[in-house]
Design a protein around this ligand. Structure first.
Ligand code: VGL
Ligand code: ZN
Length: 216
């Protein structure tokens, strides 16, 4: 595995927002453990001409992925949407709220060249930073990365089994050489979602690596 970093590499820091951190509305267990490795990775990328892009889950109030938008439904239940099954979540990352902000602990965020917001379409969720859950609506990220000449994508952040996995699968499908930096991610792990995500990543040819592989 050649992990010598260069100018064609981008670190995607996924959804490191207060609502996914301890005390947040959809707290990922041990979620704050991703902050230090992502800061360290970002420093390394910066010193090797690599790039940093952030993603931000960014829902309008009453988003269709919220259990509260469906009478009689509770968080972590699954319903059928026109585009397929949808896990229902507690209200989280509502546009303009503190919970939707990128944590101040992510010191590298100030140097990010791009922030991709996703999930802003009220009727369609978007775990992936490339394509919404309808699988048709593109965010523009693939075009952005291609226009900038970037070819290798390293994914880290929250949550391994949802936004990180879907983003990595779409990055690979878009033709980018894609890695998940697994120790710089944490999972929600509901109803076997983590095991399924890891199997999906392997099947798709997404590479798994660790922070230490990149820090040299
Ligand atoms: C996420 C569930 C709902 C994530 C976002 O960032 O993994 N998970 N919205
Ligand atoms: Zn969300």
């Amino acid at each position: 595995m050649d992990l010598t970093l260069g100018g064609e590499d981008v670190l995607l820091a996924i959804d490191v927002q207060y609502d996914f951190l301890p005390g947040g509305a959809l707290a990922v267990p041990d979620g704050d453990a991703v902050v230090a490795p992502i800061n360290a990775l970002a420093r390394r990328f910066a010193s090797h001409h690599g790039h940093l892009v952030l993603t931000q889950d960014w829902h309008p109030p009453h988003h269709s992925s919220f259990a509260s938008s469906h009478t009689g439904k509770a968080p972590f239940e699954t319903i059928e949407m026109p585009y397929g099954p949808q896990v229902l979540w507690p209200d989280h990352c509502v546009q303009g709220t503190r919970g939707a902000e990128i944590t101040r602990g992510l010191e590298c965020a100030v140097g990010a060249e791009m922030v991709v917001r996703k999930g802003f379409n009220k009727d369609v969720d978007s775990y992936s930073a490339f394509r919404e859950a309808d699988r048709h609506t593109h965010t523009g990220l693939a075009g952005y990365l291609r226009e900038r000449g970037l070819r290798r994508v390293f994914c880290a952040g929250l949550a391994t089994d949802f936004c990180v996995a879907w983003t990595a699968l779409d990055a690979q499908a878009e033709g980018f050489d894609t890695y998940v930096v697994l120790d710089a991610c944490r999972a929600i792990d509901t109803n076997g979602s983590l095991a399924k995500a890891l199997a999906d990543l392997e099947r798709a040819g997404v590479r798994i690596c660790e922070t230490g592989d990149l820090l040299g």
